[in-house]
Design a protein. Structure first.
Length: 285
């Protein structure tokens, strides 16, 4: 995993979509297998196993079998909205609506998934245009929020500058948060802060953040980041936060329950906080 490389077009990184943590890691584990030294087609098949997800998340493989099966079922329904800005001025952007995958096969007896990416997604995974970003899969493997993965990808696009400012309205659209976390306070608590924490704890970047107002309204989120020292980066990659996740439980709630009932983008800790009372009361199976 340390040497597995994820390559995405910048347009795909900035696309509007929402995935759960398990779905995100399933997609990234498949993307890391895409060959870049030869042309690929929509016939190419990529296999992801429960063992691979276990290595990424710090859980035993038996916990990941169910997570993998659930991720497959939901990934089929996930859509992407990609906005391509054309060369030249005065033209409207090109908007692509597509799915992530054209087919998925879950092999229950082996705890493995075979998937084929949708035809329209492939050009964004295989370096056919100039605007691509890449990173090691290990730098996001231990993250507990899909928002953390999204933030990390948004930052590495600007790796040479070490800072990036994003408009709050754009972030809501890209993360598909319409109707959720309507107040800036909730957006910070449930999206920005968990994402920044994930990047700082599990990736090779150290990031700080602030905000900028337009009038009285917070309109922009500002991020500043830098590479960690190599030894510190190596010690933080691919492991969940101590004290939070133990023996397949997150704050006392089984990962299988969280993978089934977590909302797209929600951290395991946030889902455990939201679902804990229902689980302890026996209302969740």
């Amino acid at each position: 995993m340390e040497h597995d490389i994820v390559v995405k077009s910048n347009a795909l990184i900035e696309a509007a979509y929402s995935l759960t943590v398990a779905e995100t890691k399933l997609v990234l584990a498949a993307i890391a297998q895409v060959r870049r030294d030869e042309a690929i087609t929509d016939e190419a098949c990529y296999t992801v196993t429960a063992n691979a997800l276990a290595d990424m998340g710090g859980f035993a493989a038996n916990h990941e079998h169910r997570a993998l099966k659930q991720a497959v079922a939901r990934l089929w329904d996930r859509s992407i909205k990609v906005i391509e800005k054309p060369n030249g001025e005065g033209r409207q952007p090109r908007v692509l609506l597509t799915r992530w995958v054209q087919s998925v096969v879950y092999r229950d007896d082996e705890g493995a998934v075979d998937l084929r990416f949708a035809r329209d997604v492939i050009p964004y995974l295989n370096q056919l245009t100039a605007e691509f970003s890449q990173y090691k899969l290990a730098n996001v493997a231990g993250m507990t929020s899909s928002y953390g993965v999204r933030l990390y990808e948004l930052l590495i696009q600007w790796r040479s500058k070490g800072e990036r400012e994003v408009e709050v309205a754009w972030l809501r659209q890209a993360f598909q948060l319409e109707g959720k976390y309507k107040s800036i306070r909730d957006l910070k608590r449930w999206v920005i802060e968990p994402a920044v924490r994930d990047v700082n704890e599990h990736s090779d970047l150290a990031v700080t953040w602030g905000q900028r107002k337009r009038g009285r309204t917070v309109a922009f989120i500002q991020f500043k980041f830098r590479p960690k020292a190599p030894e510190k980066a190596a010690s933080t990659v691919s492991r969940a936060k101590p004290g939070k996740i133990r023996g397949g439980l997150v704050d006392g709630v089984p990962r299988a329950i969280l993978d089934r009932y977590a909302n797209p983008g929600e951290t395991y800790e946030a889902a455990a906080e939201r679902l804990g009372a229902d689980y302890r009361a026996g209302r969740l199976k």
